[in-house]
Design a protein around this ligand. Structure first.
Ligand SMILES: Nc1ncnc2c1ncn2[C@@H]1O[C@H](COP(=O)(O)OP(=O)(O)OP(=O)(O)O)[C@@H](O)[C@H]1O
Ligand SMILES: [Mg+2]
Length: 296
């Protein structure tokens, strides 16, 4: 079973001659996210909080990158930079080839704390992005009882919430809300998924089930995914690349390709190579946690 996502063709003119050897996708493939010396300081003067030290990060289209690091090191801040919710204090953030601005981008984001509107049913909460993001917005007005509703129900079934569409958020458990949160991030078929600890409040078994679903989704449609997690097994199971951050103000201290064959299985996470990866990451984070914060 797969999520249905449409793949947009690359932006080549229909009449293009055979591609020249120096196309934009050659060599360095197109970047979905590019942070160049981006830093974030919240507030000003004596009360300012340096959240993210100058950070450069290049994520090609279609990559699956996990971001791990001690609490408060700036992981969510990087996601907020990529979504345009936060502006960099210094440096530049480019997403989808454009410097991020207040303009809405077609991004799916699952926040660390599920933020459902309490007066809307789960189904309506999930369909909310369709009311906001073009090109769905115009179609939604005409067709909200049709295909979109079917899609919302299919997603709910896929995450084990069949039959909960007409419940209100306060009628669901924390774990159920997180699953609904994931459905809402996926409903508008984003090419970029920003996931902030999307499985944090789930029991281990449900979490592993959802890893498999997310892996299937990524293999089938190759959206770019930036996943923040504290679960190193989750990062190793899902990601093709793991970036480790130092303590606040965070910066990336390790950036490793994760080459285990796909599709990956839960059994793989107990094999020696995987366990060794976990141990290495764990040591990096333990060191980062105990390190004296850098000069700032
Ligand atoms: N709006 C804000 N105003 C002031 N400080 C903030 C704001 N948002 C975040 N911070 C601070 O910036 C730092 C980084 O926060 P961020 O939420 O990015 O951490 P995180 O790595 O996601 O942590 P966690 O793993 O606990 O979710 C924290 O010390 C936090 O207190
Ligand atoms: Mg966070």
């Amino acid at each position: 079973m797969h999520f249905r996502m449409s793949i947009q063709p690359p932006p080549f003119p229909a009449t293009a001659a055979p591609l020249s050897p120096v196309s934009v996708l050659d060599g360095a493939s197109a970047l979905a996210i590019e942070l160049s010396q981006a830093s974030v300081t919240f507030g000003v003067g004596a009360n300012s909080v340096p959240a993210l030290a100058q950070t450069s990060l290049r994520i090609p289209e279609g990559a699956f990158v996990a971001l791990v690091g001690p609490s408060g090191c700036g992981k969510s801040t990087i996601l907020r930079l990529a979504s345009g919710l936060v502006r960099p204090t210094t440096g530049v953030v480019i997403v989808g080839g454009r410097e991020v601005s207040a303009k809405a981008l077609r991004i799916g984001m699952a926040f660390q704390n599920p933020t459902m509107l309490p007066w809307l049913t789960i189904e309506r909460n999930i369909m909310l992005p369709l009311k906001i993001v073009e090109p769905f917005r115009s179609r939604y007005a005409r067709d909200k009882k049709g295909a979109f509703r079917d899609k919302a129900h299919a997603l709910l079934a896929q995450v084990g919430l069949k039959g909960f569409a007409s419940k209100f958020p306060w009628q669901l458990s924390g774990g159920m809300l997180q699953r609904a949160n994931l459905c809402r991030a996926l409903i508008h078929e984003p090419r970029l998924l920003l996931l902030d600890e999307p499985f944090g409040a789930l029991d281990q078994f449900t979490r592993e089930e959802l890893w498999a679903i997310l892996q299937d989704l990524w293999l089938a449609h190759r959206p770019t995914v930036l996943l923040v997690t504290h679960d190193l097994r989750e990062a190793g199971f899902l990601a093709s690349r793991i970036c480790v951050m130092s303590a606040r103000p965070g910066r990336i201290i390790d950036d490793s390709a994760i080459d285990f064959a796909r599709p990956r299985s839960i059994a793989m996470t107990f094999e020696p190579g995987f366990v060794a990866l976990n141990q290495r990451l764990r040591e990096l984070i333990v060191d980062a946690r105990s390190a004296v914060p850098g000069d700032h």
